[in-house]
Design a binder for this molecule. Structure first.
Ligand code: GAL
Length: 469
């Protein structure tokens, strides 16, 4: 049996925009994602999250399902425009009430809330009136909003995550334009990333000076990264894989752990990469009490001659190709999920070992991991064997990493339930609970029942012979 440490955090995650619905109820205003999804052609079948899983009205039922499976921790996010409809100023009491009730409901069952302050749903007014993440002032707006959350929820919330996946905000939102706010630029992603880091730093500074001394919680950031395996053992491909990881994860983690962007980014992006002031560096360096990681998949990385006519067509995975010149490919033998993401548990192990080595073995939490499948509800059951195997093999890889010295302290399955998968609408099911979108009824999938056993036993017997971890 693969046993995990007794204090290992077993959790599951969601985000506000993907599950809540009640888009205009009780004083909430639109976020950039409401606007994006309501713009024809931006999401699959023009679907939006006006109702989503209707979690806003069904949170008690959802928390009960969490309790039923013995979940120790639940990671959710707060919708900024539910708390501050305009993103600044006036506070919406009904919004405070909703999250306060949700937190109480979780605590009633002994489930620890892990709260993300920003999971991509910027109040629309901040974007249309103030240029959103491009405006350096946003660090102040974000810190003010964070302060409201610390003030109202910090007596009960002891685990804060400032931002979810700033890489996605920057690249999918401002380079590829497939996510809100749908912009396509070669410069803006670097400017936006810079402001995201500053906003994170400012919120952490506020928490540490004003709230942490009495509330005694932890605060950090969650970044996402896929693994990059060198295509060959040549020096150039090994360097390409390393470069790709630094453009992906080092972009955000290096400033937090070392105080500046990776040298390879400074060399290649040049003047398009903003510079931190001394004040910024002081605020950002050391600003995470733990390393939050969202991880799903990986690809081969190979060096590309800048003069060769090669384009990188891998959806959402490459960053800005011309700044990196790394060709990403998948091995045809790799099994894929319905996102076309390869199932690579060994990539998860290698990535967390890479993080551990580079950043001096920080306490690490996998704040998202999971997969999308074509789940079918048949006679009240969803036999999502592939998801169970996916989670099992990734956890086995995590276990091996822990044995190798990685300070991994928790794991959150993405997602607690099927939900609005951004530009892909409701077409991708990531949940360990099935959601019938006609009736909004929830059903635990086989993976949820299996995960409940894992939590109960603090581990599992790894049944998949011959799977590389
Ligand atoms: C993450 C994101 C989640 C979820 C997941 C699956 O990048 O944080 O919101 O959508 O991917 O695609």
């Amino acid at each position: 049996m693969l046993k995990f440490p007794a204090d290992f955090i077993w959790g599951s995650a969601t985000s506000s925009h993907q599950i809540e619905g009640a888009a205009l109820e009780d004083g909430r205003a639109w976020s950039i994602w409401d606007a994006h999804a309501h713009t024809p052609g931006r999401t699959k079948n023009n679907e939006n999250a006006d109702i989503a899983c209707d979690h806003y009205h069904r949170y008690k039922e959802d928390v009960k399902l969490m309790a039923d499976m013995g979940l120790k921790a639940y990671r959710f996010s707060i919708s900024w425009s539910r708390i501050q409809p305009d993103g600044q100023g006036k506070v919406n009491v009904k919004g405070i009430e909703f999250y306060s009730n949700l937190i109480d409901e979780l605590l009633k069952y002994g489930i620890t809330p892990w709260v993300t302050l920003y999971h991509w749903d910027l109040p629309l007014a901040l974007h249309t009136e103030k240029d959103g993440w491009l405006n350096p002032e946003i660090a102040n707006w974000f810190a003010a909003y964070a302060g409201i959350c610390f003030e109202h929820f910090g007596d009960r919330v002891k685990h804060w995550i400032t931002l979810n996946e700033p890489w996605v905000v920057s690249i999918l939102g401002y380079s590829q334009g497939v996510f809100a706010p749908g912009r396509k630029s070669k410069n803006e992603p670097y400017q936006v990333a810079h402001q995201l880091l500053r906003a994170h730093g400012k919120a952490v500074q506020l928490y540490r000076t004003k709230y942490q001394p009495t509330q005694a919680g932890q605060i950090g950031i969650t970044n996402n990264c896929d693994w990059r395996e060198p295509l060959t053992d040549s020096t150039v491909d090994t360097e390409a894989a390393q470069r790709s990881l630094e453009f992906f994860l080092g972009w955000f983690a290096d400033p937090i752990y070392f105080g500046d962007y990776p040298q390879v980014m400074k060399d290649r992006v040049g003047d398009r990469l903003p510079k931190f002031t001394e004040e910024d560096t002081a605020m950002i360096k050391g600003s995470s009490d733990f390393f939050g990681l969202n991880h799903y998949t990986g690809l081969y990385a190979a060096d590309v001659d800048p003069n060769a006519d090669v384009k990188n067509e891998v959806y959402g995975n490459g960053g800005i190709f011309e700044d990196q010149y790394v060709q990403l490919t998948a091995d045809p033998s790799w099994k894929l999920t319905t996102m076309n993401w390869a199932i690579l548990p060994w990539g998860c192990r290698k990535l967390i070992e890479w993080i551990s080595n580079r950043y001096d073995n920080p306490p690490l939490y996998i704040t998202e991991n999971g997969c999308a499948l074509d789940d079918q509800l048949i006679n009240g059951n969803v036999n999502d064997t592939v998801r169970q195997e996916y989670i099992e093999s990734y956890l086995a890889a995590c276990h091996k990493a822990i044995e190798n010295g990685v300070n991994l302290k928790g794991y959150f399955v993405w997602s607690f339930m099927d939900n609005f998968e951004w530009a892909l609408g409701y077409s991708k099911r990531f949940g360990i609970h099935y959601v019938n979108y006609d009736t909004l009824e929830r059903t635990p999938k086989k993976s949820a029942l299996w995960f409940a056993e894992v939590i109960k036993n603090g581990g599992f017997t790894f049944s998949q012979k011959g799977i590389e971890i």
